[in-house]
Design a protein around this ligand. Structure first.
Ligand code: CA
Length: 516
């Protein structure tokens, strides 16, 4: 974004900013002085804002060089700007935004960076070798969980090349308005998750037999061309299956056929251009936009330079910074697609009688984020500086190399589920407040925005971006560290903390259509 400027234990991001963020781990006491001479009138907690000038009521409050709100009342220089003193501005209107107006930065290609991955018949590359069991309805979840446990105990020891078995359980499939227009989102999400590169083109679908979502719809087109290996759909209501043990025996037999083939896969050296990286944040704080997200943005630019694919997402966290993104799209059609995703989500929130203030959590606010505008400005730093080459809708597959906006809700587990469907083979996740979030289907590298969290959660956080706030490291150094870590994790040379501990969240579908 902009060159940061460290002032003692506070950071002012942009020269036009009239606030600074306190980055001292324990906050600053009243009476402390900032490097620009500002004398603190109040105690100010870590991550919270200080007025650098005397603000009158209704004055603009500027951070990242952008208006994050208006002063509810006069705020003297050196005072703590509590969120209650900040009136949120309107979201940028979308009728008159500049589209594709920015000259894309000219990047020198980055060559020679590789990882060890599992090459698939369709050209994609897996970072793990997993048997994914696809399900058409929630009714079968208990049986599939039992099955996965049995596979782990009885079969996996015989197939050492296979990392894991994962039940792709979810809440969809029946009791839903399957023909409603918006039902396409959960349906295509399930269709595309099966095609994630980490499942190696092995397709095993289990249904019940009477559900609304026909399991046949979950068979990907690659099965017809032989690029994917599909077993016949198993339905638990099949009359040849008498009792639970017969069901499990049939399921184990099919699973083993897939395991035999998965066990023949081996890692091979692949260029970094085969990476498909999903970016996300959760449990953000005011340092997210100063440390972790800019470092992730730097790494994102490196991956784009290496010819790889990067997705950023979370519509409600880019909506208020949309005027900074539309200039970065490559052409008018990508710009219109981006705006359509924003318009769709504005309407979706309206239908639920909510608005954009529904984002920002109590934790965000305790972490110093006044509102969604401030959060969004920090959030988009993850996208780096590359041109936006494509926009995909929720549950769609990524189509292009380079930087794509994959429209998803900001909800961590829903965004992660949709990025899996898009085809990511690794996710990078930044957090300031801390979350144990991870996924079983693809590695999730967690980056802390501050060292206090990274130290407290020393066995849950993979990379600490906190040294950026103290000036011990710069954004480029942490960005390079992250890129190196991505290559190591993608190669299986390093495990993420969550994978080591076996901490994985459930798939959660985005279903904006009615349930019945
Ligand atoms: Ca999120």
């Amino acid at each position: 974004m902009n060159t940061e400027h460290v002032i003692g234990l506070s950071i002012k991001v942009h020269e036009q900013d009239n606030v600074a963020v306190v980055v001292s781990a324990k906050g600053l006491r009243a009476g402390s002085r900032l490097q620009d001479g500002t004398l603190l009138v109040d105690d100010v907690a870590h991550g919270h804002k200080v007025a650098l000038v005397d603000l009158s009521a209704n004055d603009e409050i500027v951070r990242y060089g952008e208006v994050i709100g208006y002063a509810q009342q006069a705020i003297g220089r050196g005072r703590w700007i509590d969120e209650s003193l900040v009136r949120m501005p309107q979201a940028p209107a979308m009728g008159d935004l500049p589209i594709a107006t920015r000259q894309a930065p000219v990047f020198e290609p980055l060559t020679g960076r590789t990882f060890e991955g599992y090459r698939n018949a369709d050209g994609s590359v897996g970072t793990k070798n997993i048997l994914g069991i696809t399900t058409s309805v929630q009714c079968v979840a208990g049986v599939i969980n039992h099955l996965a446990q049995r596979i782990r105990q009885e079969l996996l020891p015989k197939y050492p090349q296979v990392d894991d078995v994962v039940a792709l359980n979810h809440s969809y499939g029946c009791g839903v308005a399957i023909d409603a227009p918006a039902a396409i989102i959960p349906i295509r999400t399930l269709q595309n998750i099966t095609r994630n590169p980490n499942f190696g083109g092995e397709v095993m679908v289990v249904g019940l037999g009477c559900e609304k979502l026909d399991p046949q719809r979950l068979i990907p087109p690659e099965c017809a061309t032989g690029i994917a290996a599909c077993s016949p759909i198993l339905t638990l209501q099949d009359t040849v299956l008498t009792g639970f043990n017969a069901m499990i025996a049939a399921l184990l037999k099919t699973a083993e056929e897939h395991l035999v083939r998965l066990n023949q896969r081996h890692r091979e050296t692949c260029p970094a251009s085969d990476l498909v990286i999903g970016l996300q944040c959760g449990g953000s704080d005011a340092l997210s936009g100063l440390t972790a997200n800019p470092a992730v943005g730097y790494a994102a630019d490196l991956i784009v330079r290496a010819g790889g694919s990067v997705m950023f997402s979370e519509v409600t966290e880019v909506r208020d910074a949309i005027h900074l993104l539309t200039p970065r799209v490559i052409d008018e059609s990508v710009g219109q697609a981006l705006l359509q995703e924003m318009i769709w989500y504005d309407r979706y929130l309206q239908l639920g009688e909510a608005d954009r203030s529904a984002n920002t959590t109590p934790g965000n606010k305790q972490g110093g984020l006044a509102n969604i505008v401030e959060k969004a400005l920090g959030s988009i730093a993850k996208s780096g500086t590359s041109a936006i080459v494509d926009v995909i809708g929720p549950g769609e597959r990524i189509r292009r190399k380079g930087l794509t906006f994959a429209a998803t809700p900001a909800s961590d587990f829903i965004c992660g589920t949709l990025q899996l469907a898009a085809g990511m083979n690794l996710e990078v996740f930044t957090t300031g407040r801390g979350t144990p979030y991870s996924l079983a289907m693809a590695p999730v590298i967690k980056v802390a925005t501050n060292s206090t969290l990274a130290n407290r959660w020393h066995d849950l956080i993979d990379l600490d971006a906190g040294p950026i706030a103290t000036g011990e490291k710069n954004i480029a150094e942490v960005g390079e560290d992250l890129f190196a870590l991505i290559l190591d994790v993608a190669s299986g040379r390093k495990q993420t903390c969550a994978d080591r501990l076996g901490l994985h969240n459930d798939l959660v579908l985005f279903n904006p259509a009615p349930v019945t």
